[in-house]
Design a protein around this ligand. Sequence first.
Ligand code: PMV
Length: 350
Amino acid sequence: SSSTIYHATATAPVNIAVIKYWGKTSTKLNTPTNSSLSVTLSQDDLRTITTASCSAAFKSDGLWLNGDTHDVSGARSQACFAELRALRKAKEDNDPSLPPLSTYKLHLISENNFPTAAGLASSAAGFAAFVRAIADLYELNESPTELSRIARQGSGSACRSLFGGFVAWEKGIRDDGNDSVAIQIAPESHWSTIRAAILVISDAKKGVSSTSGMQATVATSTLFPNRASIVVPARMEAMKKAIIERDFETFAELTMADSNSFHAVCLDTVPPIFYMNDASRAAVRAVEEINRCAGKKVAAYTFDAGPNAVIYYDEENQDIVLGPLKKATANTPGWPDKYSHINTTLPEGF
Ligand code: PMV
């Protein structure tokens, strides 16, 4: 009947880049100036769960995140709605017995199992779950890579959260952006001993949004062209190899180098953009010291568009990484009362 409500629920985890996306070729298409590569966290850690529903009775499209309404009239959300409806419409045209869901308004109910304001990559999980839930509602058969093309238009980094494990976002060469998509380099099972500890240094909203920061960097940084066209393409290849070979030392070296390169082009932006703070730098020094003591790289730090640290390590080194990390950061201003650690395998009481 006209009041039937169709629905589907999907989850998408947060991903944390080890080779950073920073810079857009087209703000309209959300295409990047360089490819990037990330690790998707486990579904048990940080994730968004979204229920998409549609009905002839709904009056308008809407999104509720953790109970609050969110605007979906922006170009990013609208692009995702339009792409998904077009795919559903094509299906309905092929099979007139299908209910005309493409003509119905959509309601999305989303929930993050982590504080949305924690400065963690919530938009990546958010848009990935948004696209996955509607695709499931519409019973689309498109592959995760095809759906990543749509999620990319919501938030660039979201395209990588359509997959678990180790994921590359290939920048693509087409003007229409249609080959700017995510592909899985290796599933989580390929290297399941990798862990991420997240040090929440500040839960404040980031000072400069990623979109305006990227545009300023592309427009003004003299270091940026070298990063985008020379440094990152070489690193992408080296990082894929390190992941395939489960070579943690190379993985760690490249991860830290790329985080530092990203924050260097931010500092080289006019006016300069600062995402890391004193507590972030204390985490860098602690990781450097842990690696020096171990005589090899057992931990790797990385920072996104905010001060919070993500520290990758192999579970076999958990004690030598997390123990000293806790000690080294205990007296840092702003720590430890304001920080928390999100990790499935943290020892009791850490
Ligand atoms: O997807 P956006 O627009 O939120 O940009 C994310 C940019 C970084 O998190 C800093 C890097 C990345 O590749 O995730």
